[in-house]
Design a protein around this ligand. Structure first.
Ligand SMILES: [Zn+2]
Length: 241
């Protein structure tokens, strides 16, 4: 199915790497979409003037039906970048590491070899692996029973393998459930995510661990609020402060 996207363009495909999207037109032009912290693409039947923070809109015809694609971004961390072709997209994406859904344990272990940083900081670094944000790093480290302050370069091969399995499983499950709606996140159809109800640690500091009943703790690691279970995630001998 092809949709008219913007003036004289026909949408041929949507690409993604990490947290970035590219809407690619049939004539080769593309629009790179960085959602940032709070950016949204919404597909609506009509433009409601009471919807705030809409920075761009396009009339979209799909299957003979006219709708509107909105780019909404309350905190303005997102951006829209026109690209003349797919090579231009690739050059924007050159700085991103392998996508989180396809990265291998060996790639991560290689990238972490000389990184004397906390695991949490390493996983949020989009040049090491792209697509992991605060929620999914905290949830995955819990499932992998790894402390967020464990030194990235000290993980054993078996720990990387387990960690990759954990974050890929977590991401796929969240995608199936429409993501995590903590404040105003919506799917493009305006539906609320449901994965927030499945969180083990993120947003649960002060509550009991779902596995061992210890109190979930919260610390700032690399400038980001981090939730973890001090019992389930105390296995590493390389935890630094
Ligand atoms: Zn626990």
């Amino acid at each position: 199915m092809r949709h008219r996207l913007f003036d004289s363009a026909v949408l041929a495909s949507v690409k993604r790497k990490g947290k970035q999207l590219a809407l690619v037109a049939r004539d080769g032009r593309a629009l790179l979409v960085r959602l940032g912290m709070t950016g949204q693409l919404l597909l609506v039947d009509s433009i409601d003037p009471t919807i705030k923070h809409v920075h761009a809109s396009w009339a979209v015809r799909a299957s003979g039906r006219l709708r509107f694609l909105l780019f909404r971004d309350p905190r303005r961390f997102g951006s829209l970048i026109p690209c003349c072709d797919c090579d231009a997209i690739d050059s924007h994406w050159d700085t991103l590491g392998p996508d989180a859904l396809s990265v291998t344990a060996a790639q991560l272990a290689g990238a972490a070899k000389h990184r004397r940083v906390p695991l949490k900081v390493f996983l949020l670094d989009q040049s090491a692996v792209s697509g992991l944000g605060n929620i999914y790093v905290d949830e995955s480290l819990f499932l992998a029973r790894l402390h967020p302050r464990a030194c990235a370069r000290s993980l054993a091969d078996s720990e990387w393998k387990n960690l990759v399995t954990c974050f890929q499983k977590t991401l796929k499950k969240s995608i199936r459930m429409g993501g995590s709606t903590l404040r105003d996140y919506r799917t493009p159809d305006g539906v609320l995510g449901r994965f927030q109800h499945m969180h083990h640690v993120y947003g649960r500091s002060g509550e009991l661990c779902t596995v061992c009943k210890a109190v979930v703790e919260r610390e700032v690691v690399g400038g980001r609020t981090t939730s973890f279970c001090p019992m389930c995630q105390n296995g590493s001998t390389n935890v630094g402060k």
